[in-house]
Design a protein. Structure first.
Length: 100
């Protein structure tokens, strides 16, 4: 026999608070003695609308080590500096700024 984790009244409360977001899930979880994750999972299983948190903004794309080495090569009029990519990014950036 399975135990019932959510009573029909609890499900009705979730439905009444739709659309749910993480903040509402935390609040309802505290009221019902459940975790926010449990509330979200139950809402999704029951087909109750849940609005996810917005994804964090991506970092600005920085030049790769290969890009910096390529810039160093062109700054020194060299064809190849094999192995220089293994240096740290900050060292490569300092070298490039010293060349310019």
């Amino acid at each position: 026999m399975t135990t019932i984790n959510y009573t029909p009244e609890m499900v009705a409360t979730l439905t009444a608070n739709a659309p749910l977001d993480y903040t509402k899930a935390q609040t309802l979880g505290k009221e019902m003695g459940r975790s926010a994750k449990s509330i979200i999972a139950k809402a999704k299983r029951e087909g109750i609308e849940y609005v996810s948190k917005a994804a964090p903004a991506r970092k600005k794309s920085a030049p790769t080590k290969a890009d910096i080495v390529s810039a160093i090569c062109s700054g020194l009029d060299l064809d190849d500096l094999a192995g220089l990519e293994k240096a740290t990014g900050s060292a490569l950036s300092k070298l490039l700024s010293a060349i310019k």
